[in-house]
Design a protein around this ligand. Sequence first.
Ligand code: ZN
Length: 145
Amino acid sequence: MVDDLYQEIILDHSKHPRNCHFMGDANRHAEGFNPLCGDKLKLYLRVEGGIVKDVSFEGSGCAISTASASLMTESLKGKTKEEAMKLLDNFHDLLTTDSPVSQELGKLVVFCGVKDYPARVKCATLAWHTLKSALNNTGEPVSTE
Ligand code: ZN
């Protein structure tokens, strides 16, 4: 039953992604690409005083990558850079390890089922890898390969 609910949330976010638009006043941005699946993503951030004030994305990809980007943007607003990186670590653990699920993940826990499909892990983490690049401001295009 819980799995069905998670599936529904992922489907909803893939069909109606939140914060999916260009951001004119972004002061950080990065691009990500997952060649394994063909997912492409542009991420925009407005960071002020070390806090993520606004975040949005544009892209084309599979349901998992789109839903992950959408849920990520919802989770990031108001977080400090350190909190965002911690969330990234927790999310990565959720998808790749059997360690206990962090409460901080909130809604992001819906992706726990992706762990059973290793090929889709890169779809789910693309937005997060791109986030890391944007926060560190490397400006390098991100590839999951
Ligand atoms: Zn994908």
